[in-house]
Design a protein around this ligand. Structure first.
Ligand code: ATP
Ligand code: MG
Length: 451
């Protein structure tokens, strides 16, 4: 037993004591069989939701319609779901109503893949009617039952197939793969929230590069409900001919860039890299994040980091060709940081540090990787040395400026503060009250009107 399952055992036992069947199911069983660390522990039971709620006073009926009750113990929080079978699939989407059953095997039968259709009892016995353990041992991902039917019931399963095949380095079994390709057009019926959540898990997983390759090979990309940016669709070109060549970077470089993604820790940095690798502009990047139904915070973060890339790349290329000085490069960088913020600038820098290919000029000769590192070092140092990056971090505020210059408030105040920020960032003045006020008095700053 691993710790997470051990902690959850009392939940199974309490249900068992009341005469109900109760088991661990899904991902936690799969991960245990593989000897992996568990994320969350899901429980399935023959008890109906009302009975579950009666047994566990500390609960939240999070998915009552689907039979799911979230149960709180001193150890953790568990989703306890009544055994059910699904019927009446509509429009290739999940059923609107569920039918509770008392038979565990019927519940396992509704699950997507054999590796996800195993259960474990409180005494440690594995219930594995479809050979999930064998499939894991042989490295195979296989639908429970007939793949054609399963993908038609719920087209999201095609995306999940790719996620699990990538994450666990499994081969998609032939029937499953053929069915997937045959039904790929059904993906358009699936809500983008669900697709986006799966895509995000793939991108954050252990093998985003394999997920991208499988996605490309499956042809699924072209069948999402929303229009994806052209650049991303080109990633889905089934071979290196024709379409692949339209990418702003040669296909080989794109593949190399994808291979490096896994080194990046955070999902948004990986998304940023993907966007840069396929040559997206900030609007494309925003559109992609929007299509995947990411939060506004994430959409802006990804777009901002891509924008930094767009701002900096020309300067870096000029610098590398010795067409601009180090001072000019620094200047551009500081301005970009002021414009987009330290955090987003940092995210972009992390991406290009890890994947220097992202700095490769389009349609240029292969990039000299050795040259990129020292540039990134410089950018890193300059970023670290920046005292502040936002107006609100200035030691004086709008009121001080108005009082000092004795002019009525107006848009000029903001503009002036922006100039002060630039002056601080460019080290023309220290960020303390006296220095800033003295600086304002001594140096007439152009604020767009006479002072
Ligand atoms: P992860 O560890 O990434 O969360 P997971 O297997 O737990 O993987 P979930 O999306 O959390 O995946 O789903 C939990 C379980 O519910 C799955 O293991 C599977 O048995 C079942 N399941 C989830 N989505 C579907 C689906 N679309 N069709 C059939 N079964 C599904
Ligand atoms: Mg899970």
């Amino acid at each position: 037993w691993n710790k997470a399952l051990q902690d959850a055992l009392p939940v199974l036992r309490l249900l068992n004591e009341q005469g109900h069947e109760a088991v661990f199911v899904g991902g936690c069983v799969r991960d245990t069989v593989m000897g992996r660390e568990l994320k969350d522990v899901d429980i399935a039971t023959s008890a109906e939701p009302q009975q579950v709620m009666a047994i566990f006073p500390r609960h939240v009926p999070t998915g009552l319609k689907h039979g799911t009750i979230t149960v709180m113990t001193d150890q953790s929080v568990y989703e306890v779901t009544t055994f059910r079978k699904e019927s009446a699939y509509e429009q290739f989407r999940r059923p609107s109503e569920v039918q509770f059953v008392t038979d565990l095997e019927a519940d396992l039968l509704r699950r997507d893949f054999t590796i996800n259709a195993m259960a474990m009892r409180a005494d440690g016995t594995l219930v594995d009617p479809f050979g999930g353990k064998d499939d894991l041992r042989q490295g195979v991902l296989r639908c429970v039952g007939e793949a054609d039917a399963r993908f038609q019931e719920d087209a999201l399963r095609m995306v999940r197939a790719i996620r699990f095949a990538a994450e666990f380095q499994l081969q998609i079994e032939l029937q499953t793969w053929q069915a997937l390709k045959r039904h790929r057009m059904l993906l358009k019926h699936v809500a983008m929230e669900r697709v986006g959540a799966e895509a995000d898990k793939m991108m954050s997983g252990s093998h985003p590069e394999r997920a991208a390759a499988l996605f490309a090979a499956s042809g699924l990309l072209g069948h999402t409900k929303v229009l994806l940016p052209q650049a991303l669709l080109q990633l889905g070109a089934e071979d290196g001919s024709g379409e692949g060549a339209l990418l702003s970077k040669p296909r080989g470089e794109l593949v190399m860039a994808l291979d490096e993604l896994v080194q990046l820790k955070d999902a948004d940095t990986r998304w940023t890299s993907l966007c840069l690798a396929v040559g997206m502009n900030p609007d494309d990047a925003w559109q992609l994040a929007d299509a995947l139904k990411f939060s506004n915070v994430r959409k802006s973060a990804i777009a901002a980091a891509v924008r930094i890339g767009n701002l900096m790349e020309p300067a870096i290329h000029r610098y590398l060709k010795q067409e601009c000085s180090e001072e000019e490069l620094r200047h551009e960088w500081l301005d970009a940081i002021i414009q987009e913020g330290r955090k987003d600038a940092g995210r972009w820098l992390t991406a290009v540090r890890t994947i220097p290919l992202l700095l490769a000029p389009p349609n240029d000769q292969p990039f000299d990787l050795v040259k990129a590192a020292p540039v990134a070092d410089k950018l890193e140092q300059w970023l670290a040395a920046i005292p502040i990056t936002a107006i609100r971090e200035l030691a004086i505020g709008g009121k001080d400026v108005v009082r000092l210059l004795q002019k009525p408030e107006g848009p000029w105040v903001g503009q002036l503060l922006q100039q002060l920020l630039r002056a601080v960032v460019h080290r023309q003045v220290d960020n303390d009250r006296d220095s800033l006020l003295a600086f304002l008095k001594e140096r007439p700053i152009d604020n767009g009107s006479e002072m």
